[in-house]
Design a protein around this ligand. Structure first.
Ligand code: MG
Length: 260
């Protein structure tokens, strides 16, 4: 008898709740989940995905180094070679970096290992892009540039690696002599007012259109020896490395950035 009453109550309860659920579903409209503002800004894309969109800052357009300075003395103009629309590393002039500082950004940069490259391992076509330059020399977070077409080295030092920290997810390197590209999405680290780390740096990199770093969370600035650790800094220039290896110099072209 008791069982029978409970059964009736449960059945009624189910009927009532399914009625209200059906009613609620009827009231929900597609419009409820539409978002109409703020409207994204209009950006005219480049002719191809390699070309700078309308809101990019062009850092090198093949003509001059007006956007660059010498890292060791930021009052000194950058003294790498500009010829035939390309920029070539001049080892004796040291690293160069942008006049402007950046926080979060999207960067496009193309680079070429000379066809007549010699040397092996890290001594074969070594340069680098410091995604944030935080001082002289090689201080900063290095995205490695190296001939990785047919050149064995430690894998966290290959092209597309975050040097000495993260191995690239693939090796899409082209032959020496061919132009290659990096497209980089960089989220700068954030620090608390007492200097402690709030959010680490994060990077995504496409190498010749192939994903090689996917939301990689950096351990800190690049260190050649030892374990990295963060030190507080703000917006920072982007730096190109004049590596001291004996091989032929690397060239760059078509460098542009979109601040995020
Ligand atoms: Mg390097």
């Amino acid at each position: 008898m008791k069982m029978h009453i409970n059964f009736k109550l449960i059945t009624t309860g189910l009927l009532v709740s399914s009625f209200y659920m059906a009613n609620a579903q009827q009231k929900a409209k597609p419009e409820d989940t539409e978002v109409w503002d703020p409207i994204p800004k209009v950006v005219a894309p480049g002719k191809s995905t390699l070309d700078a969109p309308s809101d990019a800052i062009v850092l090198f357009d093949g003509k001059n180094l007006n956007e660059w300075v010498t890292t060791e003395d930021r009052n000194k103009p950058a003294e790498w070679t500009v010829s035939g629309g390309i920029l070539t590393v001049k080892k004796s002039a040291g690293n160069i970096e942008t006049k402007r500082s950046f926080k979060n950004y999207q960067l496009h940069i193309e680079w070429r290992i000379p066809a007549n490259i010699s040397g092996t391992g890290q001594g074969r076509g070594n340069s680098g892009i410091f995604l944030a330059s935080i001082g002289k020399g090689d201080a900063g977070y290095e995205l490695q540039v190296l001939d990785s077409y047919n050149n064995k080295t430690y894998v966290n030092g290959m092209a597309g690696s975050i040097y000495k920290q993260f191995v690239p997810l693939a090796n899409p390197a082209r032959k020496p002599g061919e132009w290659q590209s990096y497209d980089v999405m960089w989220s700068a680290p954030e620090f608390n007012s007492d200097g402690s780390l709030q959010t680490p740096a994060k990077v995504t990199v496409l190498f010749n259109g192939v994903l090689v770093q996917n939301n990689t969370i950096l351990k800190g600035p690049t260190l050649y020896i030892g374990a990295p650790s963060y030190q507080q800094h703000g917006a920072a220039p982007i730096k190109l490395q004049a590596h001291g290896d004996p091989s032929e110099p690397i060239s760059y072209r078509n460098i542009w950035i979109r601040e995020l």
